[in-house]
Structures are given as structure tokens and as C-alpha cells.
Design a protein around this ligand. Structure first.
Ligand SMILES: C[S@@+](CC[C@H](N)C(=O)[O-])C[C@H]1O[C@@H](n2cnc3c(N)ncnc32)[C@H](O)[C@@H]1O
Length: 291
């Protein structure tokens, strides 16, 4: 290991990358770059422009602390405090799921049913977490009415803060509730209900990567014994809160398509049931219309 005064950006990146590699941490070079850029309050690309810049004592000790947290398997998004989704930054804490790239699939599907219209549509997101989905939708289709809820109060508070930081606070009404229970289906029907509910089977949770199992909220992951408890509940009830020709869109697990199709068919409350694939080719979203 070089002596303290010899630590410049490039040497630090090399050392940290091989340390992360030895711990089998995903994308070791990129992780080293993200943490160092965060520590130096700069962009990743700028690290290479200033590659021979030595770090001060205080920068070094701050960086060491970040490395230690990641070495304990804390997710990068928690270490730096934010995650990018739909080209916006979202603050993330232990109270919310870190928004995943796969979830852009449900945003794209929702946008394709939320096409231009003379009338503002009422859009509801259930289980909003960090607020990523509803923020993405409202940023793309600001002339609609957006509502978003979660049964975790800290999540709702963070989602509201994130909407504010992305200049979307005026477009979204946030509230805390257990799924649909706070809303009267007769007075508050929606044109679109969208949700990425917890869908991991309880027995699988113990085998998830420590980044997820130890640091992300169980309530955001646990879908009951077969992973479908929340999905079943939402499919069973959402039609009551949808207007005629309204849409329900749900994110689902990569292997849940057939069982979700069966649940949808059994209700007799939906038509035009469609499954949409994510970039990895998994059926990631179910979309259905209330006739
Ligand atoms: C998979 S996370 C999705 C978070 C965010 N929408 C996203 O896509 O990144 C599921 C969310 O559902 C919320 N949730 C779980 N049970 C709920 C319930 N009974 N009522 C409302 N929200 C619930 C969790 O708190 C969590 O924020």
C-alpha cells in the first residue's frame, strides 16, 4: 500500500477496485469511482481529469469510511444517499426500496396508456416508496392528477421530499394508507392505478444478497408465502376503484406471469390482459383494462 502522501485519485481507484474485487463486490471499479466522486463532491468523469490529484487527510478518512460501509455490504445507494431513476435523483434511506432499473418498464407501460387527452386523468400509485414511479409519470405527463400512497409514513415523507427536490411537489398528492382502504371507490375512481408491490416469496428472502436482505425494508420485499399476496389483493380490489376503461398496471416477479394471468382471469373483472417484458426479456408488468 502506498504511503499516505502518495495517495492520488488513480492509485486510490486501483487499490479500492482490487479490495472490492477481493470481497466479490459487484462492479468493483464503478463502485470505487462512485464512492470517490461522492467523497470529493465531483462527477465520475472528473476523477480522470484530475487523476494525479492527491487527497487531503480529511478526504482520505472520509473515503475510508465509505469503503468500510460498502465492504459491509451496505448498498452504494445508501452509502451515497441517493439513486438515479428516470434521469432524476431520489434520496433513499433504509425506509424505502432503492428504485430499480427494471421498474422503468412499468413507467413506460403507464406512459403508453396515459397518452395525450383533453381531460386530466386521475392516476394513483400504491406503495410509492421513494416516489420514483409517480415522479417519473408526473414529470412526463404533468397535465394529469397524481395521487400516491404507502402504508409506511417515513416512506410517504421521503417520497414527498423527493417530489419537491425534483420540482414535482405541486403535481402529486401523497397520503399514508394500507393499499386502497383510505379511498371511497364511489367518490374517488381512477383512470390508472399503478403499483410495484412486494412480490418476493417469504422463503426466498433469506437467500437474497446481503445488500437487499440486510438493508432494504422487509415490507417492501415480502409478498407472502408464494410472493403473490399483495398482487392477489390488488387485482381483487383495484377494479372497484377504476373508472370504466381504466387501467391497472402491476410490476411482477420474473417468473410470476402464468400465476398472475390465472388470478386476473379468475376475477372476471378485467379484459385486454397484457404482459410486458423488461430489457432482460422477463415478463415484468401486467396491464389490464376494466371493461
Ligand atoms: C417493492 S416496493 C416499491 C417501491 C417503489 N414504488 C418502487 O417501485 O421503487 C413496495 C412498496 O409497497 C409498500 N407497501 C407494502 N405493504 C403495503 C400496504 N399494505 N399498503 C400500502 N403500501 C404497502 C412498501 O412500503 C413499499 O414502499
Amino acid at each position: 500500500m502506498p504511503r499516505k502522501h502518495e495517495w492520488d485519485i488513480l492509485k486510490l481507484l486501483k487499490w479500492t477496485t482490487s479490495y472490492f474485487k477481493s470481497l466479490q463486490i459487484d462492479s468493483p471499479r464503478m463502485t470505487a469511482e462512485v464512492l470517490l466522486a461522492h467523497c470529493l463532491k465531483t462527477e465520475r468523469i472528473d476523477l480522470y481529469l484530475d487523476h494525479d490529484q492527491p487527497l487531503s487527510e480529511s478526504e482520505l478518512s472520509k473515503f475510508k469510511a465509505l469503503i468500510k460501509r460498502r465492504a459491509k455490504r451496505e448498498p452504494v445507494a445508501h452509502v451515497v444517499g441517493s439513486k438515479e431513476f428516470w434521469s432524476m435523483d431520489f434520496e433513499v434511506t433504509k425506509d424505502v426500496l432503492i428504485p430499480r432499473p427494471d421498474t422503468e418498464c412499468i413507467v413506460e407501460a403507464s406512459l403508453s396508456v396515459l397518452t395525450a387527452s383533453d381531460f386530466p386523468r386521475r392516476v394513483l400509485e400504491l406503495g410509492t416508496g421513494s416516489g420514483a414511479i409517480v415522479a417519473a409519470l408526473s414529470s412526463e405527463r404533468p397535465h394529469n392528477l397524481f395521487f400516491a400512497s404507502d402504508n409506511s409514513l417515513p416512506a410517504v415523507q421521503l417520497a414527498k421530499k423527493n417530489a419537491g427536490q425534483n420540482a414535482l411537489a405541486d403535481l402529486i398528492h401523497f397520503f399514508c394508507a394500507d393499499w386502497l382502504t383510505a379511498l371511497n371507490p364511489r367518490t374517488s375512481p381512477f383512470d390508472i392505478i399503478v403499483s410495484n408491490p412486494p412480490y418476493i416469496p417469504t422463503p426466498v428472502i433469506a437467500s437474497l444478497a446481503p445488500e437487499i436482505r440486510k438493508y432494504e425494508p422487509l415490507i417492501a420485499l415480502d409478498g407472502g408465502h408464494d410472493g403473490l399476496a399483495a398482487i392477489r389483493l390488488l387485482i381483487g380490489h383495484a377494479h372497484l376503484w377504476l373508472k370504466k376503461n381504466g387501467y391497472l398496471l402491476l410490476e411482477i416477479g420474473h417468473d410470476q406471469k402464468n400465476r398472475v394471468k390465472q388470478i386476473m382471469d379468475d376475477t372476471l373483472h378485467y379484459e385486454d390482459i397484457k404482459f410486458i417484458k423488461d430489457y432482460a426479456g422477463h415478463h415484468r408488468v401486467v396491464q389490464a383494462k376494466k371493461p
